[in-house]
Design a protein around this ligand. Structure first.
Ligand code: ADP
Length: 711
């Protein structure tokens, strides 16, 4: 069956969706920001241009009002020239004065009813007007105005018209026509010519002209006159109609200001900059938040991992602050002591201290916590641990091994103590059981030795008992004979002495066995080697006598002292001597049956005791298993002797081994039997350090603190 195509991984879908959603959100945020920015710019620009336009409108309204006012004032002033009907000469003087003070007016003339010019005064500034074209030829508009003035009986203005001047220049002018009444009758007209450009210049304040271009225009846009120090930009333009008697002038105000720039002023630039900075800050914040979230995730993961690790530990962990208050315990510790973390943390003294030991523990803790620097003991505890007793919640005491080390925080400051706690109660129980078993085994082995000796004992006790019996029988016979002479009494006394001697001898035999079997306390004590050997010597001799073996002692002088458990070492000695005697029993000629016990201090710290026999030696196949428990070549043997011996010696820190050397004597005597070797079983025991080092003892090798193997 073919494999199905792999379906898209289900867990990826939400992931993809959330990524797309995030991208969309980002897109929306960026577009919103862009729209907001553009809107802001547009609104600002719009506001600016509206403001500029409004300004132009305001200025143009005031300029129009100014012009209207100036024109009506001028008309009033012109009318004032006719008051009280002045003679023509006086009128000329007044008109010239008026032209001098009013630059906008360039010519004043008086006409009769037929429009014929009676008198004319020209502006001193402008000079003669109608030089290129005659006045009569340009009179049409004036006449229309005068007709209107006549009809309305009030001043009227004419349409504007262009008056060419010498030098290719010209002026756009309008005429004001005022009717002249005398005694209630119209007698003529007074016409004043206004140069439009001058009307503007005179009526409008100089600062307006500095920023604007001002002009009069016709309906089709033709410019009639313009003033202004700058050219208008054509963007902010205001056109206004100025109604004057008879005509309507169209005025146009064009601001020199250009269209608003994108960033029109500092405030807007600031707002823009700030909003851009805000956007950047938002971006940075988002970036920061994301990084923080990542770091938090990583931290949470590592915390979870650490917690899982601590929870799965089988070793109890405990942290204490510098005051000895417990600040942390792991589940393994709680399980070990049976108290929950809440019951332990911060409690002084801790509930797992056995009450009877709390004082001692408190003192010990005070010393440990008081140490500013880690003491040698602290270092050792961290390395090797120290053993103490804790109490479970159910009151059970148990042994723990504690490894404690200073707790140093990230800044290198010593903030407390961290301990690893191991429950070693099971281990201690097993050790105790094994120790008891060892002891029992050794006691059994001792009894077995005694059992083996039973026949020997019976033989040995037989002699004194037989002697006692025969002395007793002899004494009885003497007593029954009824003789009471001095000789008989002497004989009886002698017999009694012999009986006492023999009884003592038998007692000694029994005592030596009793001494050996008696269980003594297991204590290490310093003891002279001769004392050790003498304690077993009666039993050794007892055994040796049966096979006619000589027992020799070779003791170094002064006699070395060893530190040992006497009972155990005596047992070892007895086993080795017994093995030696037994080895010589069958194969060694009686003359060569000699057992040598030798004591030598072979090292400043070690004493070697050897048991040497001249038996058959140890064949290689036997040598391999010699120390295996229950290995024996003898039919009545138990095979425990040597294995127990090695255990005992190793418990003392020493070593037990053996060598077999072919004996020169034996080799020469009877080679065909294949017998004849010198077998040396030897063991080391720690020398009593109080002992003065013998002069010939070798120098202590550097770092030699283990028992050297015997040479
Ligand atoms: P057992 O004496 O009960 O046999 P041991 O452990 O004392 O048990 O000895 C084990 C064996 O080692 C003996 O059976 C013997 O074969 C051998 N052995 C011990 N000592 C000697 C020795 N001095 N010479 C030769 N063989 C020995």
């Amino acid at each position: 069956m073919s494999a199905l195509p792999a379906a898209p991984a289900a867990p990826d879908l939400p992931h993809h969706r959330s990524r797309r959603r995030r991208a969309l959100l980002w897109g929306a945020l960026v577009s919103l920001l862009l729209v907001a920015q553009s809107l802001l710019v547009w609104l600002t620009v719009d506001y600016e241009s509206n403001r500029a336009q409004e300004q132009v409108e305001t200025v143009s309204a005031s300029v129009a009002a100014d012009i209207r006012q100036a024109m009506s004032r001028d008309l009033q002033n012109l009318q004032a020239l006719l008051w009280n009907d002045p003679p023509l000469d006086q009128w000329r003087i007044d008109a010239a004065e008026m032209l001098r003070t009013h630059r906008e007016i360039v010519r004043i003339e008086q006409r009769n009813l037929d429009q014929r010019i009676l008198a004319a005064v020209e502006s001193p500034f402008q000079g003669a007007m109608f030089t290129r074209i005659r006045r009569e030829d340009m009179d049409i508009d004036t006449e229309v105005a005068c007709t209107a003035a006549r009809r309305q009986a009030s001043p009227a203005l004419s349409r504007s018209y262009f008056v060419p001047l010498p030098g290719g220049l010209g002026l756009e002018v309008i005429d004001a026509c005022l009717p002249i009444h005398r005694a209630g009758h119209l007698v003529g007209f007074m016409a004043a010519t206004f140069a439009l450009q001058n009307v503007l210049t005179e009526a409008v304040a100089a600062d307006v002209l500095r920023g604007h271009e001002l002009s009069f225009v016709e309906g089709d846009g033709t410019r009639l006159a313009r003033v202004g120090l700058t050219r208008g930009a054509g963007i902010y333009v205001s056109e206004r109609l100025i109604d004057l008697p008879g005509i309507t002038l169209q005025m146009r105000l064009d601001s020199a200001a250009g269209s608003p720039r994108l960033i029109p002023n500092l405030a807007v630039a600031l707002v823009l900059g700030l909003s851009l900075a805000l956007g950047a800050v938002v971006l940075l914040l988002v970036h920061d938040v994301r990084k923080r979230a990542q770091a938090e995730r990583a931290l949470a993961e590592s915390l979870a991992f650490r917690k899982a690790m601590e929870d799965s530990l089988v070793t109890g962990l405990r942290a204490r602050d510098l005051q000895g208050h417990i600040t942390y315990v792991n589940p393994a510790f709680c399980q070990m002591v049976g108290f929950s973390a809440d019951e332990v943390i911060g409690k002084v003294p801790p509930p797992y201290w056995p009450p009877e030991l709390a004082d001692e523990y408190g003192r010990r803790q005070a010393i440990r916590l008081g140490a500013v620097r880690p003491t040698e003991e602290v270092r050792q505890t961290a390395r090797e641990g120290f053993e103490t007793t804790f109490m479970r919640k159910n009151g059970e005491r148990f042994a723990v091994l504690i490894f404690e080390a200073p707790l140093v925080d990230g800044t290198g400051e010593h903030t407390g103590w961290m301990s690893a706690v191991l429950d070693v109660s099971d281990q201690r129980r097993i050790e105790e059981i094994s120790r008891q078993q060892q002891e029992r085994l050794q006691a059994t082995a001792r009894l077995a030795t005694v059992g083996e000796m039973a026949s020997l004992l019976s033989h040995e006790l037989n002699q004194p008992l037989a002697a006692i019996a025969s002395y007793a029988a002899g004494s009885l016979n003497l007593m029954q004979s009824g003789a009471h002479d001095r000789e008989t009494v002497a004989l009886l006394q002698q017999a009694a002495e012999r009986i006492a001697e023999q009884a003592e001898r038998a007692g000694r035999v029994i005592k030596s066995v009793h001494n050996f079997v008696r269980r003594r306390d297991q204590t290490h004590e310093a003891v002279r080697c001769d004392a050790l050997i003498e304690a077993v010597l009666p039993l050794v001799r007892l055994q040796a006598r049966k096979s006619g073996t000589r027992v020799e002692l070779d003791m170094q002088a002064p006699v070395p002292r060893v530190v040992c458990d006497r009972t155990m070492v005596e047992q070892v000695l007895l086993n080795l001597t017994r093995n030696g005697i037994q080895a010589m029993e069958s194969h060694t000629p009686p003359a060569q049956r000699e057992l040598l016990i030798r004591v030598r201090q072979t090292h400043a710290r070690w004493v070697t005791i050897s048991v040497i026999d001249h038996g058959p030696g140890v064949p290689p196949e036997v040598a391999q298993q010699l120390f295996t428990p229950f290995f024996t070549t003898r039919s009545e043997g138990m095979g425990l002797g040597l294995s127990l011996c090695r255990t005992v010696i190793e418990q003392h820190g020493g070593a037990l081994d053996f060598v077999t050397l072919p004996s020169e004597d034996a080799a020469g005597s009877d080679a065909s039997k294949g017998t004849g070797a010198t077998t040396e079983f030897r063991f080391t025991l720690p020398a009593d350090s109080a002992e003065r080092r013998p002069p010939h003892a070798p120098a202590e090798p550097h770092g030699a603190d283990v028992a050297p193997s015997t040479p």
